[in-house]
Design a protein around this ligand. Structure first.
Ligand code: NAP
Length: 344
């Protein structure tokens, strides 16, 4: 898009996929953030697309196909919030149209498709893609990283993390614990440690009775980084009690840990209680707001800064090794090629 005199004009966004997060991003662009408006939407169910923008986005048109959204003349930037396996097709189409695109994680569901995206973006010559890894925008993760960078815990040695969801549906299978869930840790822990992974192993503890035949739950993922940091991540997606994200980094002279989200404490009946969140949309609501505002501002200035296609590619490489490790129950190597200059 032409960036001259664009600062005062609203960025016109087209959204592909109006399920849970698509609707949430439409809400935040419409009611919470500044500088953008939703002008086009699509979903496999066009009635859902229409409902997602009515009545607050009078200028929005619903299209049958995501490609029509991308190619609509009045769409400046695209948001891909459809089902993961459709992401690559839409992101490649947006790059071809020369439009900025925010793609929810995962960037693509195979390494080959992630590779096609980074090749296409490099051929374009400048960044067009921001991937929806929002944890680096969370104030507590940022505080954790600052402490590590400032040397508060000395050299990091180990990370203990947990990603727990209250429950998942019958269509959530064992590999999704990696591609859908762990993928956030795969991105944010690299960023926290400023390091890359070299191996992965997956251990299956005793199963919870709350799972189903196609899902091993819980799982423990063990990662090793180039510098020798050892990471264990518990992924437990039927934990019953809430949505709970934990992370502690152990260093040579101290430990930094994510705090629990602020909540009112109730003293009553000889107990002290604080509620635990159950909805992921609430847990990272501020991070999503900052992430999408940064995307909007980046599109308007012609320079986006958030997690790149390279982050999406590296997460996919690590995720694929983890899925292999689920199958082999062995330690699997993770080999990440040199980062192309455009992403340095
Ligand atoms: P969802 O509720 O199932 O929504 C996906 C929507 O996309 C559905 O309405 C689906 O329609 C539609 N869709 C499927 N294929 C499409 C296509 N070819 N063109 C247009 N629309 C299509 O899932 P969600 O929870 O919103 O997740 C969407 C994406 O966001 C996933 O990649 C997910 O991993 C990611 N996500 C990220 C976060 C985060 O924290 N960053 C959180 C949640 C989700 P049908 O229902 O009819 O199939």
């Amino acid at each position: 898009m032409n960036t001259t005199n664009q600062h005062d004009k609203k960025l016109r966004i087209g959204v592909i996929g109006t399920g849970a997060i698509g609707v949430d991003h439409i809400r935040r662009c419409t009611h919470t953030l500044s500088g953008a408006e939703i002008v086009a939407v699509s979903d496999v169910n066009i009635d859902n697309a229409k409902k997602a923008v009515t009545p607050h986005n009078p200028n929005a048109k619903a299209y049958e196909s995501g490609h029509d959204v991308i190619n609509a003349e009045n769409v400046d930037a695209v948001m891909v919030t459809s089902w993961g396996p459709t992401h690559a097709e839409y992101v490649l189409s947006a790059i071809k149209a020369g439009k900025f695109v925010f793609c929810e994680k995962p960037l693509a569901t195979t390494i080959e498709d992630c590779d096609k995206i980074i090749q296409a973006e490099q051929a374009h010559g400048s960044r067009l893609v921001q991937v929806g890894f929002m944890r680096p925008y969370d104030k507590d993760y940022r505080a954790l990283r600052k402490m590590i960078v400032d040397g508060a815990i000395g050299t990091p040695l180990m990370v203990h993390a947990a990603h727990r969801n209250q429950n998942v549906g019958e269509n959530y299978v064992t590999s999704m614990a990696i591609f859908d869930t762990l993928i956030h840790e795969l991105d944010v822990l690299r960023w926290l440690l400023d390091d890359d992974y070299i191996s992965a192993q997956v251990i299956f503890p005793r199963q919870t009775s709350h799972t189903h035949a196609k899902l091993r739950d819980p799982q423990i993922v063990l990662l090793e980084t180039k510098s020798g940091v050892r990471i264990d991540v518990e992924v437990f997606v039927n934990c019953q009690y809430g949505y709970d994200i934990q992370c502690s980094v152990v260093g040579e002279k101290g430990i930094v840990s994510l705090p629990d989200p602020a909540a009112v404490a109730l003293r009553s009946d000889a107990k002290l209680c604080t509620p635990i969140l159950t909805d992921w949309k609430e847990r990272f609501i501020d991070a999503y707001d900052i992430e999408i505002q940064e995307f909007i501002d980046g599109c308007k200035t012609g320079k986006i800064k958030g997690p790149s296609s390279w982050n999406g590619y590296v997460a996919a490489v690590a995720a694929e090794a983890c899925v292999k490790a689920q199958e082999t129950q062995a330690i699997e190597a993770i080999s990440i090629p040199e980062r192309p200059a455009m992403y340095k």
